[in-house]
Design a protein around this ligand. Sequence first.
Ligand code: GLV
Ligand code: MN
Ligand code: MN
Length: 415
Amino acid sequence: MIVKPAQSSNIKNILEKLNTFNSDPENGTTRVLFTEPEVEARKYIKEEMKKNGLVVREDSIGNIFATLEGTDPDLPPVWTGSHIDTVLKAGMFDGMAGVVAGIEAARLIKESKIPHKRNIEVIVYTSEEPTRFGLSCLGSRAMAGYLSLEQAKRLKDKQGNSLAEVLEGLGYDLSKFDEISFKKGEVFAAVELHIEQGAVLESMGLPIGIVDTISGPTKLEVSVYGKQSHAGGTPMNLRHDAFLACSEIALKVEKLAKKSSSKDTVATVGLVNVIPNASNVISGEVHFSLDIRDSDYEVKHKLIEELKDFTKQLEKSRGVTIKIRQINDDLPTKSDDRIIEIFENSCKEKNISYHKMVSGAFHDSMMVGKFAPIAMIFVPSKDGISHNPAEWTDYDDIAKGTDILADGLLKLSND
Ligand code: GLV
Ligand code: MN
Ligand code: MN
């Protein structure tokens, strides 16, 4: 009895169909949490899960669970999954590859008729991307007990709708919000296949990455208040230009990240809102995001403290006021050695070369790792590009990753 190899045509078909649920098809893929295309994509993926013999349920924040029952369903289950929401103008693989690989792996295990003790559950985590509510990993964060109903009432989108209101409007039962979270021991293991979103595997010519650490992100929202004034009438020495203060912070954080003692430090100013944003007006206010990540939590915090000291000096030198609000501050997550070993053995058995690596991108596994042993499989990203319409991973590479995933799920479910 063997698990047959994954069919890249199945993976391609589901990914291409998923990609039709898209609110901006002219510019890659955009599928934001609980917009119409995302709700339709959920319906489609649930149908696809049922077609493959899985039993589907959803929790109060919209995490989807599709179960392939084992011979001992009372044992803690083994999970695999990822997300189907996207950033704006994204590609069609980030998140989706992991969900589709999970469905294909479950199909292969079911069809192999090899007995497995534990239930295997394919999961779609709600909104890994922070696109709509500014906070990432909403579904897995709630599973880990780091997102309460009270917070869901406070989290607002650009239109002022709260996450709780949106969930309620779609018929989710908020009285069961407390039941979303899991305790340690309730999930035996959770594994996630994801595209690499970097160029390491491609540059090494390797088809598989095994993630040993997921960097922890900190997201800050920074507001600079200067003085809005006339671009012609205000001499250079009398300005309190909020945009220039923002620029200095952006350059400072780049410098700090580049000279960091950790090779995994990265820092990004990705969203900038300049007010009033006019060519002949010195900006009075700038609001911007700071995304800082590291596999070393201490190093990241030292950097943030240095940056805060710098903003204090800047307040004096430029006569501006700077306010910093922390949105999240996540710890790095270590993969479980035993699961890594299972993946390594599967690669060796199948004669597939692999590389152990750090994930600079965050993933739902980062949150799931708070209550369950986790590990991740990476498949190569063409040119290392992601969060971009040009994002691409060959279907054959996803199939190869799915073979390792299916093997791992089967071994873990009989562990
Ligand atoms: C997830 O998309 C991330 O920003 O790492
Ligand atoms: Mn992403
Ligand atoms: Mn992702």
